[in-house]
Design a protein around this ligand. Sequence first.
Ligand SMILES: C[S@@+](CC[C@H](N)C(=O)[O-])C[C@H]1O[C@@H](n2cnc3c(N)ncnc32)[C@H](O)[C@@H]1O
Length: 429
Amino acid sequence: MGMKVSQRSDYTFKQNQKIGRHGWLRLTPAYSVKLVKEIIENIPQDAFVLDPFSGTATTGLVASEHGLSAHCLDINPFLIWIGNAKCRNYSKSELDRLIEGVQKSLRDFKAITKNDNWLPAIHNINRWWCRHTLKILAALRQSLVNEFGEPKDNSVFSLAWIAFCRLIIETSSAAFNHVSMSFHDKVMTFEIEQIEFIYQSILDTILESASNCLAGAATVHLLDSMAPVSINNVKYSHVVTSPPYPNRISYIRELRPYMYWTKYLETAREAGELDWQAIGGTWGIATSRLQNWNGNDVELPETLQSLVSQIFETGEKNALLMAKYVWKYFNDMYLHLQNLRKSLEKGAVLSYIVGNSSFYGTEVHTEQLLECSLRSLGFTNIGSKVVRKRNSKKELFEYCVYATWQESCKYEPSFFKANRPKAEQLSLF
Ligand SMILES: C[S@@+](CC[C@H](N)C(=O)[O-])C[C@H]1O[C@@H](n2cnc3c(N)ncnc32)[C@H](O)[C@@H]1O
C-alpha cells in the first residue's frame, strides 16, 4: 500500500486510560475513545445506537456521555458486568456506603493474611505474583467478599471489585508493551502497606469519575451477535462497533487474570469454551475445534476462497489451521451481518472499525472482504477509510468500514447466485 498514514497514538486504547470511566480497566484491543467520539458526535439525539461487540463498553459509555441511548452486546459475562458498571449512574449515598465498606475491608484484611484464603486456579500463578504478594491479595479479596459478596451486576460494590482488578494487574508481572499481553522477567514483591496504598489510590480515581452523571442510557447484554439480536424489539439507527479482527488476538487470554480473580472463569476448559463462541476466538479448545471445523451453510465470495487457498498453499506448518481461521472469521462476520439486518431501522448507518492482517505474507484485506459481504447482503453506500497505521513495520492498518441499511432491499444474497461453489467444495478442505 503506497499511502502515507501515521500511527496516530491518539487513536489507540493507551489514551483511554486517562479519560475518566474509560480508564477503569485496561483491555488492549479496546478501541479509541477519541475515534468513537468523532463518530458519535455526528449522531442525532433521537438515535438508538447498537454495539454488537461491546468489549469494555467504550461505545455505550461515549453514547451515554452524549445523551444517547445505546444497547451493547458481548458474549463474555465478565465484560457485561464491567460494561454495566461503567455505564451506570451512582448516587452519593451509594458511594458513601461503598467507601464505608472499603474502609472496613482495608482495616480487616491485615489480620487474615496468614490464613489459607481462596486463590484463583490460574495456570502458573507464580509467574504473575510471588507467594508473598499473593497471600496479601488473597486476604484483601476475602475481606472484600466478607463485606460486599462476590462481584454481581448492577451493584455499587462493583466499583470495589473493579479497583481490585486494577490492583491485581498493577502488582503483577504482566507487561503491555505489545499488541497483546506478555510478562516482565522479574516478579515484584509487595508489602501490605503498599497494596493498601495502591488499592486506595485506584479506588479514589474510580470514585472521582463514578460520581459524574451520565446523560444518556446505555446497557450491556449477554448475547451472541452471530444470532438474531433483539432487546425489547428496538430497531437501531446506528451501529458503532469494533468487532474482533482476524489477527488471532484472544480476548479471553487478555482478560483471564481479571476473570479468574472475579470468578467469571474457574477452569482453563471454560476459557476455551468461551473463546470458541467468540468470532476469531483461538484460545485452548477453540483451536482444536477449529481443526475439525468445515464450514456451515454460509457460502463465501470467491475472493475469500482464493485467499483461503493461498494461505493453505504456503505449506507452512499451521497453514491449514490458519486458512480455516480466516475462513471461519469471515463466515461468522457474514452470519452476524446477515442477522443484524432484522434489528435495523430503515436508513441505519453502520461504522465498523476493523484491522487487516497477514498470514505467512498473504495479506487479509478485512475491510474489502467485509464490504463484499455487506454488498451481497443488500446494504448500500458501502465504503471504507483508513483510520490509522497499526504498526511501524508491517503494513497493518485500521479502517472504518461503513454502510447503510435500506429496508427496501431484498434479504437475498446476490454474489452467490451463479457458479458460486459451496464452501465445502473448496478443494483444500
Ligand atoms: C475488539 S473487541 C471490542 C472492543 C471494544 N470496542 C472496546 O473498546 O472495548 C471485540 C469484542 O467482541 C466480543 N465478541 C466476539 N465474538 C462475539 C459474538 N459472537 N457475539 C458478541 N460479542 C462477541 C469479544 O468478547 C470482544 O469483547
